[in-house]
Design a protein around this ligand. Structure first.
Ligand code: ATP
Ligand code: MG
Length: 446
Protein backbone atom coordinates (compact mmCIF):
# COMPACT_ATOMS: atom_id res chain seq x y z
CA UNK A 1 0.00 0.00 0.00
CA UNK A 2 1.38 3.38 -0.97
CA UNK A 3 2.11 5.78 1.88
CA UNK A 4 -0.18 8.72 1.30
CA UNK A 5 1.33 10.94 3.95
CA UNK A 6 4.17 12.90 2.40
CA UNK A 7 6.69 15.22 4.00
CA UNK A 8 5.49 18.82 4.26
CA UNK A 9 6.26 21.15 1.35
CA UNK A 10 9.57 22.90 1.68
CA UNK A 11 11.16 20.26 3.92
CA UNK A 12 13.81 17.72 2.95
CA UNK A 13 14.85 14.22 3.99
CA UNK A 14 18.60 13.67 4.29
CA UNK A 15 19.09 10.05 3.27
CA UNK A 16 21.85 7.74 4.55
CA UNK A 17 23.59 7.93 1.15
CA UNK A 18 23.95 11.72 1.49
CA UNK A 19 24.51 12.22 5.19
CA UNK A 20 28.31 12.23 4.81
CA UNK A 21 27.93 15.52 2.92
CA UNK A 22 26.27 17.06 5.97
CA UNK A 23 28.92 15.55 8.22
CA UNK A 24 31.63 17.14 6.08
CA UNK A 25 30.12 20.60 6.37
CA UNK A 26 29.33 20.23 10.07
CA UNK A 27 32.81 18.99 10.83
CA UNK A 28 34.69 21.62 8.84
CA UNK A 29 32.43 24.44 10.03
CA UNK A 30 32.73 23.36 13.68
CA UNK A 31 36.49 22.81 13.57
CA UNK A 32 37.11 26.10 11.82
CA UNK A 33 34.93 28.00 14.30
CA UNK A 34 36.79 26.33 17.17
CA UNK A 35 40.12 27.33 15.66
CA UNK A 36 38.88 30.95 15.89
CA UNK A 37 37.99 30.50 19.58
CA UNK A 38 34.26 29.82 19.21
CA UNK A 39 32.41 27.20 21.27
CA UNK A 40 29.17 25.50 20.34
CA UNK A 41 25.89 26.60 21.91
CA UNK A 42 22.56 24.76 21.68
CA UNK A 43 19.29 26.55 22.37
CA UNK A 44 15.62 25.56 22.05
CA UNK A 45 13.92 25.14 18.68
CA UNK A 46 11.10 27.44 19.74
CA UNK A 47 11.02 30.64 21.75
CA UNK A 48 8.44 33.11 22.98
CA UNK A 49 7.15 34.93 19.90
CA UNK A 50 7.96 38.31 21.49
CA UNK A 51 11.66 37.53 21.28
CA UNK A 52 11.52 37.60 17.47
CA UNK A 53 9.18 40.59 17.30
CA UNK A 54 11.61 42.59 19.39
CA UNK A 55 14.79 41.48 17.65
CA UNK A 56 14.11 40.59 14.02
CA UNK A 57 11.67 43.51 13.81
CA UNK A 58 7.95 43.93 13.24
CA UNK A 59 8.27 45.33 9.71
CA UNK A 60 10.53 42.59 8.34
CA UNK A 61 9.35 39.93 5.89
CA UNK A 62 10.37 37.29 8.41
CA UNK A 63 8.01 38.60 11.08
CA UNK A 64 5.24 39.78 8.79
CA UNK A 65 5.03 36.75 6.53
CA UNK A 66 7.30 33.89 7.44
CA UNK A 67 7.05 32.83 11.09
CA UNK A 68 5.53 29.57 12.30
CA UNK A 69 3.70 30.55 15.44
CA UNK A 70 1.51 28.43 17.68
CA UNK A 71 -0.69 29.40 20.55
CA UNK A 72 -0.04 26.90 23.35
CA UNK A 73 -2.41 27.45 26.27
CA UNK A 74 -2.04 31.18 26.92
CA UNK A 75 1.38 31.70 25.34
CA UNK A 76 2.52 32.34 21.77
CA UNK A 77 5.58 30.41 20.65
CA UNK A 78 7.48 30.62 17.37
CA UNK A 79 9.76 28.09 15.70
CA UNK A 80 13.06 29.93 15.32
CA UNK A 81 13.28 31.68 11.94
CA UNK A 82 16.98 32.47 12.56
CA UNK A 83 19.60 31.72 15.17
CA UNK A 84 20.77 35.03 16.59
CA UNK A 85 17.77 36.02 18.73
CA UNK A 86 17.64 32.74 20.69
CA UNK A 87 21.39 32.70 21.09
CA UNK A 88 21.50 36.20 22.54
CA UNK A 89 18.52 35.38 24.76
CA UNK A 90 20.43 32.37 26.10
CA UNK A 91 23.59 34.43 26.66
CA UNK A 92 21.62 36.99 28.65
CA UNK A 93 19.58 34.48 30.60
CA UNK A 94 22.65 32.47 31.59
CA UNK A 95 24.86 35.42 32.42
CA UNK A 96 27.46 34.67 29.72
CA UNK A 97 27.91 38.37 29.07
CA UNK A 98 29.14 38.85 32.64
CA UNK A 99 31.99 36.44 31.95
CA UNK A 100 35.20 37.14 30.03
CA UNK A 101 34.49 39.04 26.83
CA UNK A 102 34.32 38.58 23.94
CA UNK A 103 31.89 35.67 24.12
CA UNK A 104 32.11 33.63 20.93
CA UNK A 105 29.60 30.92 20.09
CA UNK A 106 28.58 28.91 17.06
CA UNK A 107 25.69 26.64 16.17
CA UNK A 108 24.48 24.37 13.41
CA UNK A 109 20.76 24.30 13.60
CA UNK A 110 17.39 24.15 11.85
CA UNK A 111 15.41 27.32 11.08
CA UNK A 112 11.81 27.63 9.96
CA UNK A 113 10.27 30.19 7.61
CA UNK A 114 7.00 30.03 5.77
CA UNK A 115 8.28 30.94 2.30
CA UNK A 116 7.45 29.79 -1.20
CA UNK A 117 9.54 26.63 -1.57
CA UNK A 118 12.02 26.58 -4.45
CA UNK A 119 15.62 25.52 -5.03
CA UNK A 120 17.63 26.95 -2.13
CA UNK A 121 14.52 28.27 -0.38
CA UNK A 122 12.97 25.89 2.09
CA UNK A 123 10.55 26.07 4.98
CA UNK A 124 12.83 24.09 7.20
CA UNK A 125 16.47 24.87 6.45
CA UNK A 126 19.71 24.76 8.39
CA UNK A 127 22.19 27.41 9.33
CA UNK A 128 25.74 27.35 10.52
CA UNK A 129 25.82 30.53 12.58
CA UNK A 130 28.34 32.34 14.75
CA UNK A 131 28.05 35.27 17.14
CA UNK A 132 30.66 37.42 18.88
CA UNK A 133 29.42 39.54 21.77
CA UNK A 134 31.41 42.28 23.44
CA UNK A 135 33.64 43.77 20.74
CA UNK A 136 32.92 47.09 19.04
CA UNK A 137 36.14 46.94 17.04
CA UNK A 138 36.18 46.50 13.25
CA UNK A 139 38.82 43.86 13.91
CA UNK A 140 35.97 41.63 15.11
CA UNK A 141 34.08 42.30 11.86
CA UNK A 142 37.16 41.20 9.92
CA UNK A 143 37.48 38.14 12.14
CA UNK A 144 33.89 37.03 11.54
CA UNK A 145 34.17 37.54 7.78
CA UNK A 146 37.49 35.74 7.78
CA UNK A 147 35.89 32.79 9.60
CA UNK A 148 33.11 32.50 7.00
CA UNK A 149 35.68 32.72 4.24
CA UNK A 150 37.89 30.04 5.84
CA UNK A 151 34.95 27.64 6.05
CA UNK A 152 34.16 28.20 2.37
CA UNK A 153 37.83 27.81 1.43
CA UNK A 154 38.30 24.63 3.45
CA UNK A 155 35.22 23.19 1.77
CA UNK A 156 36.89 24.16 -1.53
CA UNK A 157 33.93 26.27 -2.65
CA UNK A 158 34.87 28.52 -5.57
CA UNK A 159 33.35 31.49 -7.41
CA UNK A 160 31.77 33.03 -4.40
CA UNK A 161 31.96 36.77 -3.92
CA UNK A 162 32.00 38.79 -0.75
CA UNK A 163 29.90 41.95 -0.73
CA UNK A 164 30.10 44.37 2.14
CA UNK A 165 28.22 47.50 3.12
CA UNK A 166 27.61 49.66 6.16
CA UNK A 167 24.08 50.54 7.17
CA UNK A 168 25.23 52.92 9.90
CA UNK A 169 24.02 53.47 13.43
CA UNK A 170 20.62 54.82 14.54
CA UNK A 171 22.17 58.31 14.25
CA UNK A 172 22.99 58.06 10.52
CA UNK A 173 19.88 55.99 9.95
CA UNK A 174 17.54 58.81 11.06
CA UNK A 175 18.82 61.16 8.34
CA UNK A 176 18.84 58.37 5.81
CA UNK A 177 15.25 57.41 6.61
CA UNK A 178 14.17 61.00 5.94
CA UNK A 179 15.90 60.92 2.57
CA UNK A 180 14.28 57.58 1.71
CA UNK A 181 10.83 58.79 2.75
CA UNK A 182 10.98 61.78 0.48
CA UNK A 183 12.30 59.60 -2.36
CA UNK A 184 9.63 56.90 -2.07
CA UNK A 185 6.82 59.35 -1.32
CA UNK A 186 6.89 60.43 -4.96
CA UNK A 187 6.08 56.90 -6.16
CA UNK A 188 4.05 55.76 -3.18
CA UNK A 189 1.11 54.62 -5.31
CA UNK A 190 3.21 52.01 -7.06
CA UNK A 191 4.62 50.36 -3.89
CA UNK A 192 3.14 47.09 -2.64
CA UNK A 193 0.82 47.30 0.38
CA UNK A 194 3.45 46.05 2.81
CA UNK A 195 5.89 48.70 1.60
CA UNK A 196 3.31 51.50 1.84
CA UNK A 197 3.05 50.58 5.47
CA UNK A 198 6.87 50.45 5.76
CA UNK A 199 7.23 53.94 4.30
CA UNK A 200 6.38 55.54 7.62
CA UNK A 201 7.56 52.85 10.00
CA UNK A 202 10.82 51.65 8.45
CA UNK A 203 11.51 52.83 4.88
CA UNK A 204 14.84 50.97 4.61
CA UNK A 205 12.84 47.72 4.58
CA UNK A 206 11.44 48.71 1.17
CA UNK A 207 14.93 48.18 -0.24
CA UNK A 208 14.75 44.54 0.84
CA UNK A 209 11.29 43.89 -0.66
CA UNK A 210 11.17 40.96 -3.07
CA UNK A 211 8.43 42.53 -5.26
CA UNK A 212 9.91 43.42 -8.69
CA UNK A 213 8.09 46.76 -8.77
CA UNK A 214 9.37 47.84 -5.36
CA UNK A 215 12.83 46.63 -6.36
CA UNK A 216 12.75 48.69 -9.55
CA UNK A 217 11.62 51.79 -7.67
CA UNK A 218 14.26 51.17 -4.99
CA UNK A 219 17.06 50.82 -7.55
CA UNK A 220 17.61 54.60 -7.72
CA UNK A 221 16.99 55.33 -4.05
CA UNK A 222 19.56 57.31 -2.03
CA UNK A 223 22.45 55.19 -0.72
CA UNK A 224 23.14 54.74 2.97
CA UNK A 225 26.89 55.08 2.45
CA UNK A 226 26.32 58.78 1.66
CA UNK A 227 24.71 59.27 5.08
CA UNK A 228 27.24 57.61 7.41
CA UNK A 229 28.43 59.58 10.43
CA UNK A 230 32.16 59.89 11.02
CA UNK A 231 32.36 57.00 13.45
CA UNK A 232 30.48 54.58 11.17
CA UNK A 233 32.50 55.75 8.21
CA UNK A 234 35.82 55.20 10.05
CA UNK A 235 34.63 51.77 11.16
CA UNK A 236 33.89 50.81 7.57
CA UNK A 237 37.27 52.13 6.33
CA UNK A 238 39.10 50.15 9.01
CA UNK A 239 37.23 46.98 8.07
CA UNK A 240 38.24 47.43 4.44
CA UNK A 241 41.87 47.84 5.48
CA UNK A 242 41.76 44.68 7.60
CA UNK A 243 40.16 42.65 4.83
CA UNK A 244 42.87 43.78 2.44
CA UNK A 245 45.53 42.84 5.01
CA UNK A 246 43.97 39.39 5.27
CA UNK A 247 43.98 39.07 1.48
CA UNK A 248 40.20 38.71 1.43
CA UNK A 249 38.74 40.14 -1.76
CA UNK A 250 35.50 42.05 -1.42
CA UNK A 251 33.21 44.33 -3.35
CA UNK A 252 31.19 47.14 -1.86
CA UNK A 253 27.50 46.80 -2.51
CA UNK A 254 25.79 49.90 -1.11
CA UNK A 255 22.40 48.26 -1.67
CA UNK A 256 22.72 45.46 0.85
CA UNK A 257 20.40 46.19 3.77
CA UNK A 258 19.77 42.58 4.97
CA UNK A 259 16.42 41.17 5.98
CA UNK A 260 16.59 41.61 9.75
CA UNK A 261 16.12 44.87 11.62
CA UNK A 262 18.78 44.44 14.24
CA UNK A 263 21.78 45.15 12.01
CA UNK A 264 23.98 48.24 12.48
CA UNK A 265 27.18 49.32 10.72
CA UNK A 266 28.75 46.38 8.84
CA UNK A 267 26.58 44.03 6.79
CA UNK A 268 27.93 41.43 4.38
CA UNK A 269 26.94 38.59 2.10
CA UNK A 270 28.76 35.80 0.31
CA UNK A 271 26.99 35.31 -3.01
CA UNK A 272 27.34 32.87 -5.88
CA UNK A 273 25.68 33.00 -9.29
CA UNK A 274 25.96 29.25 -9.74
CA UNK A 275 22.80 28.03 -8.01
CA UNK A 276 20.13 30.27 -9.47
CA UNK A 277 18.23 33.06 -7.81
CA UNK A 278 18.89 32.04 -4.20
CA UNK A 279 22.60 32.72 -4.40
CA UNK A 280 23.25 34.24 -0.97
CA UNK A 281 25.03 31.45 0.83
CA UNK A 282 25.95 33.47 3.89
CA UNK A 283 24.68 36.72 5.36
CA UNK A 284 25.67 38.59 8.46
CA UNK A 285 26.71 41.78 10.13
CA UNK A 286 26.97 43.79 13.27
CA UNK A 287 24.06 44.33 15.67
CA UNK A 288 25.29 46.73 18.31
CA UNK A 289 21.85 47.59 19.66
CA UNK A 290 20.26 44.15 19.92
CA UNK A 291 21.50 43.03 23.32
CA UNK A 292 20.29 46.23 24.95
CA UNK A 293 17.00 45.92 23.10
CA UNK A 294 16.54 42.49 24.67
CA UNK A 295 17.12 43.82 28.17
CA UNK A 296 20.89 43.50 28.57
CA UNK A 297 23.53 46.18 29.01
CA UNK A 298 24.78 47.91 25.90
CA UNK A 299 27.03 45.26 24.32
CA UNK A 300 28.20 45.49 20.72
CA UNK A 301 27.94 42.21 18.85
CA UNK A 302 27.99 40.63 15.41
CA UNK A 303 27.66 37.36 13.54
CA UNK A 304 26.52 35.54 10.44
CA UNK A 305 24.25 32.75 9.27
CA UNK A 306 25.34 30.38 6.50
CA UNK A 307 22.62 28.39 4.76
CA UNK A 308 23.71 24.76 4.69
CA UNK A 309 21.31 23.64 1.93
CA UNK A 310 22.52 26.45 -0.34
CA UNK A 311 26.12 25.60 0.49
CA UNK A 312 25.43 21.98 -0.43
CA UNK A 313 23.89 23.04 -3.74
CA UNK A 314 27.06 24.94 -4.62
CA UNK A 315 29.32 22.12 -3.47
CA UNK A 316 27.41 19.58 -5.53
CA UNK A 317 27.38 21.85 -8.56
CA UNK A 318 31.13 22.36 -8.27
CA UNK A 319 31.85 18.70 -7.57
CA UNK A 320 33.53 19.59 -4.30
CA UNK A 321 34.86 16.65 -2.35
CA UNK A 322 33.21 15.25 0.77
CA UNK A 323 34.67 13.04 3.47
CA UNK A 324 34.23 9.48 2.27
CA UNK A 325 31.50 7.48 3.98
CA UNK A 326 32.83 4.71 6.19
CA UNK A 327 32.91 1.25 4.61
CA UNK A 328 32.94 -2.06 6.46
CA UNK A 329 36.51 -3.00 7.48
CA UNK A 330 35.88 -6.69 8.04
CA UNK A 331 32.83 -8.64 7.00
CA UNK A 332 32.34 -12.13 8.42
CA UNK A 333 30.60 -14.61 6.16
CA UNK A 334 29.22 -17.34 8.38
CA UNK A 335 28.18 -20.94 7.85
CA UNK A 336 26.20 -22.42 10.74
CA UNK A 337 25.20 -21.37 14.22
CA UNK A 338 28.64 -21.83 15.81
CA UNK A 339 30.15 -19.54 13.18
CA UNK A 340 27.55 -16.86 13.91
CA UNK A 341 28.49 -16.97 17.57
CA UNK A 342 32.19 -16.72 16.71
CA UNK A 343 31.44 -13.76 14.44
CA UNK A 344 29.62 -12.05 17.30
CA UNK A 345 32.68 -12.45 19.52
CA UNK A 346 35.15 -11.26 16.87
CA UNK A 347 33.11 -8.27 15.72
CA UNK A 348 32.89 -7.22 19.35
CA UNK A 349 36.70 -7.22 19.61
CA UNK A 350 37.09 -5.28 16.39
CA UNK A 351 34.49 -2.70 17.30
CA UNK A 352 36.32 -2.03 20.55
CA UNK A 353 39.26 -0.93 18.40
CA UNK A 354 36.96 1.41 16.48
CA UNK A 355 36.73 -0.77 13.36
CA UNK A 356 33.52 -1.19 11.43
CA UNK A 357 32.76 -4.87 11.35
CA UNK A 358 29.61 -6.80 10.57
CA UNK A 359 28.24 -10.24 9.81
CA UNK A 360 25.10 -11.63 8.23
CA UNK A 361 21.84 -10.83 10.00
CA UNK A 362 19.62 -12.21 7.26
CA UNK A 363 20.29 -15.97 7.47
CA UNK A 364 21.60 -15.92 3.88
CA UNK A 365 23.80 -18.53 2.19
CA UNK A 366 27.56 -17.95 1.84
CA UNK A 367 27.35 -16.85 -1.80
CA UNK A 368 24.71 -14.24 -1.07
CA UNK A 369 26.77 -13.04 1.91
CA UNK A 370 29.86 -12.51 -0.24
CA UNK A 371 27.77 -10.70 -2.80
CA UNK A 372 26.53 -8.38 -0.07
CA UNK A 373 30.10 -7.75 1.17
CA UNK A 374 31.18 -6.91 -2.35
CA UNK A 375 28.25 -4.65 -3.04
CA UNK A 376 28.66 -2.69 0.18
CA UNK A 377 32.41 -2.27 -0.44
CA UNK A 378 33.78 -4.20 2.56
CA UNK A 379 37.59 -3.89 2.68
CA UNK A 380 38.23 -7.39 4.04
CA UNK A 381 36.19 -10.56 4.46
CA UNK A 382 36.61 -13.67 6.60
CA UNK A 383 34.74 -16.90 5.92
CA UNK A 384 33.85 -18.77 9.10
CA UNK A 385 32.75 -22.40 8.81
CA UNK A 386 33.24 -25.65 10.72
CA UNK A 387 36.83 -26.10 9.44
CA UNK A 388 37.92 -22.66 10.52
CA UNK A 389 36.37 -23.02 13.95
CA UNK A 390 37.99 -26.41 14.49
CA UNK A 391 41.46 -25.18 13.50
CA UNK A 392 41.12 -21.83 15.26
CA UNK A 393 42.37 -20.08 12.10
CA UNK A 394 40.78 -18.40 9.12
CA UNK A 395 41.77 -16.40 6.05
CA UNK A 396 41.44 -12.65 5.92
CA UNK A 397 40.80 -11.66 2.33
CA UNK A 398 41.66 -8.25 0.89
CA UNK A 399 38.65 -7.62 -1.34
CA UNK A 400 40.56 -5.22 -3.54
CA UNK A 401 43.62 -7.32 -4.36
CA UNK A 402 42.12 -10.75 -3.66
CA UNK A 403 45.18 -11.51 -1.50
CA UNK A 404 44.62 -13.69 1.59
CA UNK A 405 46.48 -13.92 4.91
CA UNK A 406 46.00 -16.29 7.79
CA UNK A 407 44.66 -14.98 11.09
CA UNK A 408 43.93 -16.51 14.50
CA UNK A 409 40.39 -16.84 15.82
CA UNK A 410 41.14 -16.36 19.51
CA UNK A 411 41.74 -13.39 21.79
CA UNK A 412 44.95 -12.66 19.82
CA UNK A 413 42.73 -12.16 16.81
CA UNK A 414 43.45 -8.49 16.12
CA UNK A 415 47.13 -8.94 17.01
CA UNK A 416 47.50 -11.62 14.35
CA UNK A 417 46.71 -9.18 11.52
CA UNK A 418 49.44 -8.45 9.09
CA UNK A 419 50.72 -4.91 9.82
CA UNK A 420 49.91 -3.75 6.30
CA UNK A 421 46.33 -4.94 6.67
CA UNK A 422 45.98 -3.19 9.97
CA UNK A 423 47.26 0.03 8.41
CA UNK A 424 44.79 -0.25 5.59
CA UNK A 425 41.91 -0.48 8.03
CA UNK A 426 43.28 2.36 10.13
CA UNK A 427 43.48 4.46 6.96
CA UNK A 428 39.83 3.88 6.34
CA UNK A 429 38.99 5.18 9.81
CA UNK A 430 41.20 8.23 9.34
CA UNK A 431 39.77 8.97 5.96
CA UNK A 432 36.23 8.86 7.19
CA UNK A 433 36.68 10.58 10.46
CA UNK A 434 39.39 13.18 10.46
CA UNK A 435 39.42 16.41 8.65
CA UNK A 436 43.19 16.39 8.75
CA UNK A 437 43.10 13.46 6.36
CA UNK A 438 40.76 15.49 4.19
CA UNK A 439 43.18 18.37 4.36
CA UNK A 440 46.10 16.16 3.38
CA UNK A 441 44.15 15.05 0.37
CA UNK A 442 43.59 18.69 -0.50
CA UNK A 443 47.35 19.33 -0.20
CA UNK A 444 48.17 16.40 -2.47
CA UNK A 445 45.77 17.65 -5.10
CA UNK A 446 47.43 21.08 -5.29
P1 ATP B 1 17.15 35.74 1.38
O1 ATP B 1 17.37 37.16 1.00
O2 ATP B 1 17.76 34.76 0.41
O3 ATP B 1 15.72 35.45 1.73
P2 ATP B 1 17.71 36.26 4.12
O4 ATP B 1 18.24 37.65 4.09
O5 ATP B 1 16.29 36.05 4.49
O6 ATP B 1 18.00 35.53 2.71
P3 ATP B 1 19.20 35.51 6.48
O7 ATP B 1 18.07 35.70 7.38
O8 ATP B 1 20.31 36.46 6.55
O9 ATP B 1 18.68 35.35 4.96
O10 ATP B 1 19.76 34.03 6.67
C1 ATP B 1 21.13 33.70 6.46
C2 ATP B 1 21.29 32.62 5.42
O11 ATP B 1 20.38 31.54 5.62
C3 ATP B 1 20.97 33.07 4.00
O12 ATP B 1 22.07 33.72 3.44
C4 ATP B 1 20.69 31.76 3.31
O13 ATP B 1 21.89 31.10 2.96
C5 ATP B 1 19.99 30.97 4.40
N1 ATP B 1 18.53 31.02 4.22
C6 ATP B 1 17.68 32.03 4.59
N2 ATP B 1 16.41 31.70 4.31
C7 ATP B 1 16.45 30.45 3.75
C8 ATP B 1 15.46 29.54 3.26
N3 ATP B 1 14.17 29.83 3.30
N4 ATP B 1 15.88 28.35 2.76
C9 ATP B 1 17.18 28.03 2.72
N5 ATP B 1 18.16 28.84 3.18
C10 ATP B 1 17.81 30.03 3.68
MG1 MG C 1 14.53 35.77 3.37
Amino acid sequence: MALNIKRPNGTEDVLPKDVHKWHTIEKIAGETAESFGFTEIRVPTFENTDLFLRSVGETTDVVQKEMYTVMAKETKFTLRPEGTAGTIRAMLQNGLLNEALPQRVYYITSCFRHERPQAGRLREFHQFGVEIAGSASPVADAEVISLAKSVLDRLEVKNIELYINSIGCPGCRAKYHDALRSYFQARKDELCDTCCDRLEKNPMRILDCKSPVCQEIGSNAPLILDYLCEECSDHFEKLKEYLSKLGIEYKINPKIVRGLDYYTKTVFEFVTTEIGAQGTVCGGGRYDGLIEQLGGQHTPALGFGMGIERLLLVMEKQNCRFLTPKKCDIYFATMGEAAVEKAMELTKQLREYGFFSEFDLMGRGIKAQMKYANKTGALFTVVLGDNELEEGRARLKDMESGEEKEILLDDKFVGSFDAAYFDKMMDSIENAETVSAFQNLAEEKK
